[in-house]
Design a protein around this ligand. Structure first.
Ligand code: GTP
Ligand code: ZN
Length: 380
């Protein structure tokens, strides 16, 4: 049976403070509305009504049109905007705004503008000024694991008391930006059970649940790692295609199985299996990134062409899980120097990097090469 226990980080009287707090709840509701294509209002000095280009339908566009106090625009990440406009753009600002004339273009065209994997027939656009809350608007699209392309307009004062505004949610823009780093504070340790594994009969799972859309993170314990001074740890971001299906496009499957085997040989270790599919962009966006890679982009540029960073993960969740299972000092199985730095920044003492290199398989050669060249992954 699953039992709720206090949040694992910041234990003490305030440990569960962020859970159920109205502002955290508002972020979750905003994410759910965004996934349904329902507009939400980003509260702040200049409130904006926003909806994702990927999910907004005729009804959502009608609401934005009727509640707007000024012209609407489409916010895109600079790399995507450059492709849509077919000219280079400086990547200094977090977003570029394309003017949307009235009547607003239809939802199917908006989806094509948002998604470089769809047919690229689209109207021409003019640049317009980027609103204050642009970064938060794109952050909402990302939290919803949608393409970061948002229809936005300044919202009419008093919108909440207009019949059309009834039921629309207001969320502080600052809370959307702060959310990814605050998420670890909502982590609960909820279940623990023995799961003998093919390669490690003495294994246990400890399940953690964060408050974001029920996403679950697992610690796979081999033996008794807490009894070791610096046990072997692997921080593994979930990969449905590689871990479960055995996809040859990446090296995740062999890395996961290899880590468990190695821990069994050593007698102890922990794999943190984190729900950060596709380096934090989500499975569907990773599949889109694969489509772009099949057209010639590498893994870094494919993420960027979709409007995401090359790597959207942070390691606060991993640090909180290590803390919860009592590990202060670890040896980390990785080739990724960013993981070492990310964990150290979250207060984890990484005593040593243990290389975790697997030979290319004939399909993932270019991917592994890109990780070495562009992410600085170490090859031994
Ligand atoms: N966006 C995106 N994600 C990918 C791609 N290939 C694998 N992934 C994801 O990348 C994550 C694994 O990250 P990697 O960079 O391979 O490895 P790492 O975990 O950062 O580094 P190591 O510890 O050395 O393995 C998993 O979540 C995979 O789903 C890709 O082409 N695009
Ligand atoms: Zn993978």
């Amino acid at each position: 049976m699953i039992s709720a226990t206090p949040a694992v980080s910041g234990r003490g009287p305030d440990a569960s403070a962020p859970i159920g707090a109205p502002r955290t709840r508002a972020v979750h509701r905003a994410v759910a509305d965004a996934r349904r294509g329902v507009p939400v209002v980003l509260a702040g000095q200049h409130p904006l009504i926003v909806a994702p280009a990927e999910t907004v339908g005729a009804e959502g566009l009608h609401l934005i049109d009727r509640l707007a106090a000024g012209p609407a625009s489409l916010l895109l990440a600079p790399a995507r905007a450059a492709a849509v406009l077919r000219r280079p753009l400086a990547e200094t600002a977090p977003a570029v705004a394309l003017a949307l004339a009235r009547p607003l273009i239809d939802a199917a065209t908006l989806r094509r503008v948002a998604d470089p994997t769809l047919e690229q027939i689209m109207p021409s656009f003019a640049l317009t000024s980027v609103p204050d809350q642009a970064e938060a608007a794109l952050a909402l699209g990302k939290l919803a694991r949608l393409l970061p392309a948002m229809v936005v307009a300044p919202v009419r004062p008093g919108w909440a008391s207009l019949p059309l505004g009834a039921g629309l949610l207001a969320v502080p823009a600052a809370d959307l930006l702060a959310y990814p780093t605050n998420l670890a504070a909502t982590l609960n340790r909820v279940a623990e059970v023995e799961i003998p594994l093919e390669d490690a009969p003495d294994a246990r799972l400890i399940a953690f649940r964060a408050l974001d859309q029920g996403i679950e993170h697992m610690a796979i314990l081999v033996g008794a790692p807490a009894a070791k001074a610096a046990p072997l740890v692997r921080i593994h971001s979930e990969c449905f295609t590689g871990d479960l299906l055995g996809s040859l496009r990446c090296d995740c499957g062999p890395q996961l199985k290899g880590a468990i085997r190695r821990m069994a040989e050593e007698g102890a270790g922990v794999v943190l299996y984190l729900a950060q599919e596709g380096r934090g962009i989500g499975l569907i966006n990773k599949l889109r990134a694969y489509t772009l890679q099949d057209r010639g982009l590498d893994t870094v540029d494919a993420n960027r062409a979709l409007g995401w960073q090359a790597d959207e993960r942070n390691f606060h969740i991993a640090a909180a899980m290590l803390d919860a299972i009592g590990l202060k000092r670890i040896r980390l199985l990785t080739n990724n120097p960013e993981k070492m730095a990310g964990l150290a920044a979250c207060g984890v003492d990484v005593a040593e990097r243990v290389p975790h290199v697997f030979a290319p398989n004939g399909v993932n050669d270019a991917y592994l090469d890109t990780k070495a060249r562009r992410f600085g992954h170490l090859l031994d």
